[in-house]
Each structure stands twice: as structure tokens, then as C-alpha cells.
Design a binder for this molecule. Sequence first.
Ligand SMILES: Cc1ncc(COP(=O)(O)O)c(C=O)c1O
Length: 379
Amino acid sequence: MKASILETIGHTPLLTIPNTNHANEAQILMKYERYNPGGSIKDRAALHIIKEAERRGLLKPGGTIIESSSGNFGISLAMIGAAKGYRVIILIDPKTTSANRALIESFGAEAIVVTEQDDCGSYHKTRIALANRLADEIEGAYRPDQCFNLLNSEAHYASTAREILDDSGGELSVFITAVSTGGQLGGISKYLKTFAPHVQVIGVDAVGSAIFGGRSDAYRIPGIGLGWTPVNLEMSRIDEAYKITDEQAFVTARAFARREGILMGPSSGACALVALKKAQMLPPGERVVCMIADGGDRYIPTLFNTEWITAQGFDTTADMTVVRQMAAELTPWSVCPAADANYRADLVASLEVPQSTLDMNTELLHGREVGVAASRYID
Ligand SMILES: Cc1ncc(COP(=O)(O)O)c(C=O)c1O
């Protein structure tokens, strides 16, 4: 028996893809985060951050949780707020799916849509700035601040990474995940480079995002990308980076639903495409672990709506044969991501990151080796 829904977070399954994987290539294993009660990997970071805020007295009974999120982290916080009795306000943007907004509101949380784009053509900076302003104005407010809070990656260091290594029997050659706040990639890469340094760690971003350098532009993959390199991501631990187009990500996710019966969102489609590429390059017996951050049911109005896919100009008929060929033709964006890092220390001041977040980051880093990412953002 579980004392609360929150006790069901984590310990997600690792899936094989028998209909897709060929016998003459490495085995792909998918870490299927849809099994978290909020439906995505973000439950892990959200719970870790909220528990730590309670422990430190930053969030007290009757308090309000305020966060900027394109959906998944907001859904996780809304669920946790409901289970623990907090008011929750989530700043979303026009790219947030109607299903995600409905989920946030189903848990009794308030969703505010931020429509003003930032100078990167995205909504991250405008959402974060408004969240910080609201947190200043509302008494008893707490900002989890997934973008600047090092507890985000710590959550994955402490749970997701350990599960991956344990469940694959330590036998994996490559690990792949998508990036936005860098929580997953930052925490899991830190763990793997410490306890399994032979594992090649690969980050997957969107064409149009500038996490691994390059120009910022608009893109449609939800939950992925950022206009700068986040503090949670220590780029020296990343061996290779790929940038995936909107069409590649959506088409791959659709193909996996039909071929394997696995529902996944577009960011996971992007990861799965890179996993296919790596598996094709490696011999049988090797293992490639790929994160599937959420399920596809929350993208039904877009990803699984053929009219919407057609309106974007994407291929509506691509099957796994087409997707496998697409994977074979992929080339890495970078084989030395550290050289292309795009750290922006100035954002701490311009986005008015709460002092409580900065103080906690400094404390978390006290006595530890401070990586390049952290030293750029923290005094
Ligand atoms: C579906 C999905 N995939 C990937 C990511 C990226 O994860 P992270 O923020 O830990 O880098 C997110 C983050 O919101 C997400 O919602």
C-alpha cells in the first residue's frame, strides 16, 4: 500500500523494441517515464525540489508554488500541490498543448499563458521573468525554478541515473536524452561519468535551440531546447550532441506508436531517432539506453492529429523503414559540445533569479568540485 500517489514516482520500466531493432545491431532500451503518476519524467525533479524546499522551510503549509513550464513540469507540480495541499500557479505559453493545460487545471492549479516572445524567439525568458515577479508579489510563494535550480539535476543523479545503470546491469555503451533545463542530461551524465565512465553520453536538442551553440530560431518540438546552456548541464560531461528537426521528431514518434505500440511525445521521438542511429553503428551485444520522457496521449491534438501534421508540411505516412533510413543519414551537430557551450551568466541578474535559489546552489556546491557550468553562474 502507498501512503500517497507521490510514492509511485520513479522505478519506471526499461523497454526493448523487438519489432524495430535488427539482429545485426546494438540493442535499444527505452526508459519509459510515462509510468510516473504525472505522466512524465518531470515528476522526479518536481518532487525532489518540493521536498527539499519543505525541509529548508522555503515552502510552508498554505504556501503557493509558482513556476514557468511548457507543460510537463507544471503538470508534476500541479499534481504534487494537490497531493500536499499547496496553491499552484503555472506560467505556460502558446506552444503548450491544450491537453497539458487541461491536466494542469484538472489538479486545481492555475495556468497563465505568456504570449510575449523573448529575444531568442521562444517564451522561456518572458515566462521566467513573470514567474519571478509574481513570486515577489505573492506572500508565501516558492519558485522551484527548474531552469536555475541545481536540485533539478540532483534529482536525476539520485534516482533516474541509478535506475538506468542498475536495470541495464551496468551493460550499456551509449546513453541518450533530450535537453531543455539540462536536469536529466546534467544529472545522469554526472552519475554515468562517475560510476560508468565508459558510457558515451549524447544530448539531443531541437534545430532552433542554442543549448549546444548555434542560432536561436522558432521550432515546434515541445519541452526541448533553450536559448542558452543551462546551469544544470556541465557540458564537459557530454560526448556528442545532435540537433533534430521538427519533422524528424514528430514522424519518429508516430512510427513508434504504430510499430511498437509505444506512445511517446516529440522530444522522445527525437531521442529515439538518435538511438536508432547509434544502434545501427554498434555491434549486437552492445546496449543503447534512450530516455522516453513522456507518453504521446498528451499530444493527441498535434502529434497524432493527421490534419495538424499535414498542415505543418510533415510526412504523414512515414513508417519505420523511412525512419530507420532517416536515422542512418543523421550526422552529429557536435562531437565536442564543451567547445560550443553557450553559458549566459548575465541571465541570473536580468531574469531576477530568486536569491533563495542562488543561495541553495552555492550551498549545494560547497565542498564539491565546481564544474564549468556552475562556475559561470555562481560566485
Ligand atoms: C517531454 C520533455 N522532454 C524533454 C525535456 C527536457 O528535460 P530537461 O528539462 O530535464 O532537460 C522536457 C522538459 O520539460 C520535456 O518536457
